[in-house]
Design a binder for this molecule. Structure first.
Ligand SMILES: [Zn+2]
Length: 309
């Protein structure tokens, strides 16, 4: 079965300035890494715009309208301390959410085995009504709700291995027993949430904090002892991965020291659980990753592992 790669050139049109780490070149780095021979087998599709109803399952209409209205015609508008909008931001954000929704459609209908959505802006810091930490719409959350509303998935799991905690995803699903949110992330680090005792109203939030300087060994331990058993016990109908690659040792925004082979290991372990509980259905969406070389190599290792399905 095929692995699908979803992207869109408009996602490079969101520009927060030359010195901003979440920059258009990130997508080019991923694209270049996925031009290698072994990736010729990938199915490739452009991300459509997210249907408005898909976004509205997570974000209220007045917030969506406010983001659209804040889009500048020229120049840049700052929306939080480290997040701003350029003329291309709205289109990029709607394509990033749409790519995740489209990937869910393709995987849930069995047209492909699994999918990687290489888009930006990322999503896991986006709160219900607040853009935050380079994020506007919570792409993984929108994808999870879409799987439930459009494909009848009862339980969806979101596993987040970005070096930062996905505060937005956690808050969105805090009181939702149909969604398991499990995250490994460095603490203390932005955004400050993600302590082990944050467990959600139904004990369906699983936080496995890491420490500065942790290596692949620590991360493997966190997954073997905490996240993978909880994921298997939850037995989701679909696994969504918030795939941030900023836990790579080269990354300037995190201090965890993962290597490409650690991301491949993580991917294979997650796929093994998905194989047992949900017909191997996995949709992976790009979150962070700010060292271009580390990002490209890690995303390639991740996608190569997905292709082993
Ligand atoms: Zn991150």
């Amino acid at each position: 079965m095929t692995t699908l790669l979803v992207s869109h050139h408009a996602c490079a049109g969101h520009d927060m300035g030359e010195s901003h780490p979440e920059r258009p070149e990130r997508l080019r780095a991923v694209e270049q890494a996925l031009e290698a021979e072994i990736f010729q087998m990938l199915a490739r599709d452009s991300a459509p715009r997210a249907p408005r109803e898909a976004i509205l399952r997570v974000h209220p209409a007045d917030y969506v309208a406010a983001v659209e209205e804040a889009s500048p015609i020229q120049g840049r508008v700052r929306v939080d301390q480290d997040t701003s909008m350029s003329p291309g931001t709205w289109e990029a954000a709607v394509r990033a959410a749409g790519g995740a929704v489209f990937a869910v459609d393709e995987v849930m209908t069995g047209r492909v085995a699994n999918a990687f959505v290489a888009t930006r802006p990322p999503g896991h810091h986006a709160e219900i009504s607040t853009p935050m930490g380079f994020c506007f719409f919570n792409n993984a959350a929108i994808a999870a709700r879409h799987a439930q509303a459009a494909h009848g998935a009862e339980r969806v799991a979101i596993v987040d291995f970005d070096v930062h905690h996905g505060n937005g995803t956690q808050h969105i699903f805090w009181d939702d027993k149909t969604i398991l949110y499990a995250s490994s992330h460095e603490m203390p680090l932005f955004p400050g949430t993600g302590a082990r005792d944050e467990r959600g109203e139904h004990d369906q939030i699983v936080n496995a904090p890491l420490r500065s300087g942790d290596t692949g060994e620590n991360v493997r331990e966190a997954y073997e002892s905490v996240i993978l058993p909880r994921l298997a016990a939850f037995a989701p109908d679909l696994l969504i991965v918030s795939a941030g690659f900023d836990a790579h040792f080269r990354d300037p925004l995190g201090n965890v020291n993962l290597r490409e082979e650690d991301f491949a290991w993580l991917t294979r372990k997650l796929m093994a659980v998905a194989q047992k509980c949900c017909g191997a259905r996995v949709v992976s969406v790009l979150e962070g990753g700010y060292d271009l070389e580390g990002l490209g190599r890690s995303a390639a290792a991740h996608v190569a592992a997905l292709m082993e399905a």
